[in-house]
Design a protein around this ligand. Structure first.
Ligand SMILES: [Zn+2]
Length: 414
């Protein structure tokens, strides 16, 4: 049995880079001819299409956020000049905003994620995404089809109907949000079924919602469901997916992902946290450098599964929630990971500024839990997880500045 969806997944990094550069050049050439927005953007910047010849050259172009796509399309309906006005697309989807986007391609969209999750011919998969107007239902449907699975387009039907389908059709797999799957399981239990014993559903691929580690554990251990995550955005399609290692998300082979400092649009250093910016290599919808607003970083190690693509370290949060300390982003989710490492320690991160320098202080309750860990170990784990050093640890007897808030920015901006 094939281990990979195709050979693109196991290209050498150099080969991938060379091929991506070539595909990007071709895309920019096509965009200059067919997208009014790209043409105007390059002209305004005094750039020729040939100036964007490699992934690194993308930094010459601005990042475009979802809000900006909405605004572009409002000014110039329906596509904001991001594709040819007479685009020959199989479908045109819409999502809240509204944003209009031509269907981004047949076949491979989402297929890598489903393949890596182990879906194959013979599987019967419940697709609980909406098929109405939005891209989700149909694009996930086609992704499942391209790995050979049979799809039950149950869409947003109620939980009782979903339980009935799982029972009557011998459903083996699920795709949708984790919260909806747990609601279906609860409904089945309410109806008197033992989910693991009575049903065949053993595999789930989640997208569009974070999968909490405790919920994942419950799916896998209590219900015997092997769970996987995929990541994407309506504007650019699939971006990354988990493999069986379940440690990081492989970047899809048809997208270029950059991790940038949202204030400058420039790449951060390898391994650092920044905004996920995506360019889908295609010849239809010329959205270059889409800013997802999500924070992540790239893992530096190779994946034991054999895929050679870069891997995202999950999503650390939204750009607006993070605090920048000496040029490095710290997200509340990173602080939460430190909390998980030391469940007995009560602490809070406070960022201030002294003499134009950012200071990171950890205010910690001086109790038995903290005494057991000690400042050195705490500091080591903190700087590994958050990639920034603690300047000062301040111990208090009890009571933190703001209860429940993991990360406080007390800097005034002049
Ligand atoms: Zn892998």
């Amino acid at each position: 049995m094939n281990k990979f969806f195709d050979d693109l997944e196991i290209r050498s990094p150099l080969q991938r880079e060379t091929e991506n550069n070539l595909r990007l050049s071709t895309m920019v050439d096509g965009a200059y001819l067919r997208s009014k927005r790209v043409r105007e953007m390059l002209d305004d910047l005094n750039l020729k299409p040939s100036d964007i010849a490699s992934v690194g050259d993308l930094e010459e172009l601005p990042v475009t956020s979802r809000e900006e796509v909405v605004e572009l399309q409002r000014q110039e309906p329906p596509f904001g000049g991001l594709c040819a006005a007479d685009v020959d697309a199989a479908r045109i989807f819409t999502s809240p905003g509204p944003v209009y986007e031509p269907h981004l391609g047949e076949g491979e969209l989402w297929a890598r994620g489903y393949f890596a999750a182990g879906f194959r011919k013979g599987d019967r998969v419940l697709n609980t995404f909406s098929y109405h107007m939005v891209a989700a239902g149909l694009t996930f449907h086609e992704g499942l089809r391209s790995v050979g699975a049979t799809v039950i387009p149950s869409g947003t039907s109620g939980t009782e109907t979903q339980v009935q389908l799982i029972r009557d059709l011998g459903v083996t797999g699920y795709t949708g949000t984790p919260s909806f799957l747990i609601a279906i399981i609860r409904k089945a239990e309410e109806l008197g079924y033992d989910f693991k014993r009575d049903f065949k559903l053993r595999r789930a691929s989640f997208v569009a919602e974070p999968l909490q580690p405790s919920l994942r554990k419950s799916f896998e251990e209590e219900y015997g469901i092997d769970t996987y995550q995929m990541y994407g955005a309506t504007e650019v399609g699939d971006i990354a997916y988990e493999c069986s290692e379940k440690a990081g998300w492989h970047v899809c082979d048809d997208v270029i992902v950059e991790i940038v400092d949202p204030s400058t649009g420039r790449g951060v250093r390898p391994g650092q946290l920044g905004e996920v910016v995506v360019t889908r290599l295609n010849d239809l919808f010329f959205l270059l450098r889409f800013g997802t607003g999500d924070l992540s970083s790239m893992l530096q190690e190779d994946c034991p599964c054999g895929r050679t693509s870069l891997r995202l370290r999950g999503i650390a949060g939204r750009v607006g929630d993070a605090v920048k300390v000496r040029g490095m982003f710290v997200a509340p989710s990173q602080v939460a990971r430190v909390r998980e490492a030391f469940p007995g320690v009560t602490f809070q991160v406070v960022v201030t500024r002294e003499s134009y320098r950012d200071l990171l202080t950890v205010v910690v309750v001086d109790d038995e839990g903290y005494a057991a860990v000690g400042a050195t170990r705490f500091g080591d784990v903190f700087s590994t997880v958050c990639a920034v050093r603690i300047d000062r640890i301040e111990t208090v007897r009890e009571g933190l500045y703001e209860e429940g808030k993991p990360l406080i920015d007390k800097r005034g901006w002049e």
